[in-house]
Design a protein around this ligand. Structure first.
Ligand SMILES: [Zn+2]
Length: 402
């Protein structure tokens, strides 16, 4: 007798038999074509694009002449990486306890604010879809006052499974507080800048990704089938085939720009920093993983410069991007050199607020497998420390008037 299972109406497509694939020797046009096909892009480095796809998606790409090679089965990888499913745990899988859950992160931030009250103020920019506070840490001398100092913003964890980025923001907070008064560079920057850090823009997704101690490879927020927060920003939203209109896609842009409470909250905070008609935030860095890249806008167009970015401004992005990359060994490039994206945070920050806004894709460079999103917790320290100098460069750059 046949066993027939019927998916409930509106259920997500069956992704239980997804494979992990690589395509070698790609250029940006090919990568854009692959990304547009609806597969789940994991990373790209040296022309090798790694993505998860279900059998129908893989077949469709093959029919278009794209030479893809299956390197693993996604469910098997996830099971290997987090073998012990725990009924009630809100914890990282055994062996990865060095990562912070949302609750642990919250506690560390509160303790830091308690210990360093003079230079730290802890608040939030609003709440996630499920009601978690979107923590905002301000670090500056006289943190309780709005002084006339250049401001800089760091955001992490727009994408749920990119847990290493939350640790990156946490390192920025800990370093600029613990080293204040002892490290001369840190001290000077804290004295002359207002540094804002949002350690997790997507706490609901991050918590879901580790629910029951089992990694799920989750990327989006938890509103409906999930919105890709980094396709939901309100500049050239959905313009250019750099996001998806399908709620089941990993790059679903949402029903409208800023439909996600998380992007709306961060954008409102940035808008609130326009004081006397002048945006106070001068520089911004958004952390992702993985591929070891430094990316700058625009993502929605292959053009280097246009009516919202002069050739001089484009050259400044390139110059700063290359300087950052020289400090950490990442590869610098314009975002669209990777593939076209629309509705990204960098495009909005620059186009709407003239903020020098870049993205880091963190460790590893590539190599396939699950270590891309789930590097062992031993990698947290070296791979966040690796960006110490880049963070200092960006904080300093906020004060460089152009
Ligand atoms: Zn990401």
């Amino acid at each position: 007798m046949l066993a027939v299972s019927v998916a409930p109406a509106g259920a997500a497509q069956d992704d239980s038999d997804r494979g992990l694939y690589e395509v070698r020797g790609t250029d940006s046009a090919q990568r854009t074509e692959i990304a547009r096909s609806g597969v789940d892009v994991w990373g790209t480095h040296d022309g090798v694009m790694t993505f998860a796809a279900n059998p129908a998606q893989a077949q469709a790409l093959r029919e278009r002449g794209i030479a893809l090679e299956q390197i693993a089965d996604v469910e098997e990888l996830l099971a290997e990486r987090s073998p012990d499913v725990v009924a009630s745990a809100d914890e990282f899988p055994a062996g990865d306890e060095g990562y912070h859950t949302y609750g642990e992160l919250t506690e560390v931030l509160r303790n830091t604010a308690d210990e360093h009250g003079e230079i730290v103020s802890l608040s939030d920019v609003g709440s996630s879809y499920e009601g978690r506070s979107l923590h905002l840490v301000k670090i500056s001398d006289n943190a309780g006052q709005d002084e006339d100092e250049p401001e800089v913003l760091f955001t992490c964890n727009q994408h749920a499974r990119e847990h290493l980025t939350t640790e990156m923001c946490l390192r920025i907070v800990e370093r600029f507080t613990d080293e204040y008064g002892s490290d001369p560079t840190v001290t000077e920057l804290v004295d002359t800048r207002e540094i804002y850090v949002i350690p997790t823009v997507n706490p609901d997704g991050a918590e879901y990704d580790i629910e029951n101690g089992r990694y799920k490879g989750w990327r989006k927020n938890r509103q409906g089938n999930g919105t890709d927060l980094n396709r939901n920003w309100g500049y050239q939203w959905g313009c250019c085939g750099g996001s998806s209109g399908s709620p089941y896609s990993e790059t679903y842009r949402g029903p409208s720009a800023f439909s996600a409470p998380e992007t709306r909250a961060v954008a409102s905070f940035v808008e609130s920093r326009v004081v006397g008609g002048t945006q106070q935030i001068k520089a911004h860095l958004d952390f992702h993983s993985y591929s070891e890249l430094v990316l700058w806008p625009y993502g929605y167009t292959y053009d280097d410069a246009n009516d919202t970015m002069t050739p001089e401004e484009a050259r400044r992005f390139q110059e700063v991007g290359e300087r950052l990359a020289a400090s950490n060994g990442y590869t610098p490039q314009q975002s669209s050199d990777l593939y076209i994206t629309d509705g990204s945070i960098n495009d909005w920050m620059w186009a709407e607020h003239d903020i020098l806004s870049l993205t880091f894709e963190m460790y590893p460079a590539g190599g396939g497998g699950l270590d891309g999103f789930y590097p062992p917790d031993e990698r947290i320290e070296p791979e966040t420390q690796r960006n110490d100098e880049a963070v200092e460069i960006l904080v300093a750059e906020a004060g460089n008037q152009v």
